[in-house]
Design a binder for this molecule. Structure first.
Ligand code: PAF
Length: 281
């Protein structure tokens, strides 16, 4: 595996590879777990070469969020990526991604989608995500890019950006990797105390209960959402939202909608956990 930190080196290497094959890209913020590695494994089945980036993006963290404390584990991450057959690790310094002060930085905004759900409680988040992913796409110039479905809204924001701006990259969503008790793998699970870690899988179980009811034909969305939020609060979570949405665009579904997604965000102590389940009925 080659590690590159500068743009000229990255471009020269990817150009060479793209002449003889295709390139897949997995953007990450590091502190890798098996969820990230499953993206790398999926990438290897879709392309001849796999590029992974590690960049903790300041633009997607709001004031008081965990940017400063976000775990930086480059050496360990690098060994894990090498073990999965990654061809190139791109680990740019912040000055390469954001050469100008933040208030002069061009931004990419996907309106509508970015203000819902997680975007309602993290107002700058998706502008930060869209901006950095757009810039990384322009730097890496991949044929295909992979994102985890745990961040369902993020995947939709990126897919919409790519469609709206006619970016020549195929976006692929990869199923969420879970611990054996159902907890979605996340870099932020490391913030959980042992007590919180024991409770954390209940988020997935509560969403699973809602998904079962939807599959059984229940369309009382408001009732199901309210019941789940109360259940989570009783279990010790501080619920940000529980929502049943149309899978296609995250808008409110009609009673007979067939393709749904149940999403939630809830705090356990310092950790903000998110999860979702897609429901076809
Ligand atoms: O999902 C993440 O890790 C980040 O939001 C991403 C896509 C790498 C952009 O910084």
């Amino acid at each position: 595996m080659i590690t590159i930190n500068d743009l000229n080196g990255l471009r020269a290497q990817v150009d060479t590879w793209r002449r003889g094959g295709n390139v897949a890209f997995v953007p990450t913020m590091g502190n890798l777990h098996d969820g990230h590695l499953s993206l790398v494994r999926a990438a290897r089945t879709l392309a001849d070469r796999v590029v992974v980036s590690i960049f903790v993006n300041p633009l997607q963290f709001g004031v008081g969020e965990d940017f400063e404390n976000y775990p930086r584990t480059l050496e360990r991450d690098s060994a894990m990526l090498e073990g999965e057959g990654t061809d190139l690790l791109f680990a740019p310094p912040v000055e390469l991604i954001y050469p100008k002060p933040q208030d002069q930085q061009t931004r990419v905004e996907v309106p509508g989608l970015s203000g819902l759900l997680c975007g309602a409680s993290r107002p700058v988040h998706f502008v930060g995500v869209a901006t950095v992913v757009c810039k990384l796409f322009n730097m890496v110039q991949p044929d295909v890019a992979l994102f985890g479905k745990k961040d369902f809204q993020q995947l939709m924001v990126i897919a919409r950006m790519v469609e709206d701006l006619a970016m020549p990259v195929r976006i692929v969503g990869v199923d969420t990797r879970r611990e054996s008790d159902g907890l979605a793998m996340s870099s932020r699970n490391g913030y959980l105390t042992p007590d919180e870690r024991a409770k954390a899988p209940m988020l997935y179980r509560v969403l699973g209960g809602m998904a079962d009811k939807l599959r059984d034909g229940n369309s009382d969305y408001a009732g199901l959402q309210a019941q789940a939020a109360t259940e989570l609060d009783h279990l010790g979570f501080t619920t940000d939202y529980v929502a049943i949405r149309r899978a296609a665009d995250l808008l409110a579904p009609s009673a007979d909608e067939g393709e749904l997604v149940v999403l939630a965000a809830a705090y356990l102590g310092k950790a903000r956990l998110i999860d979702n389940i897609e429901v076809s009925r």
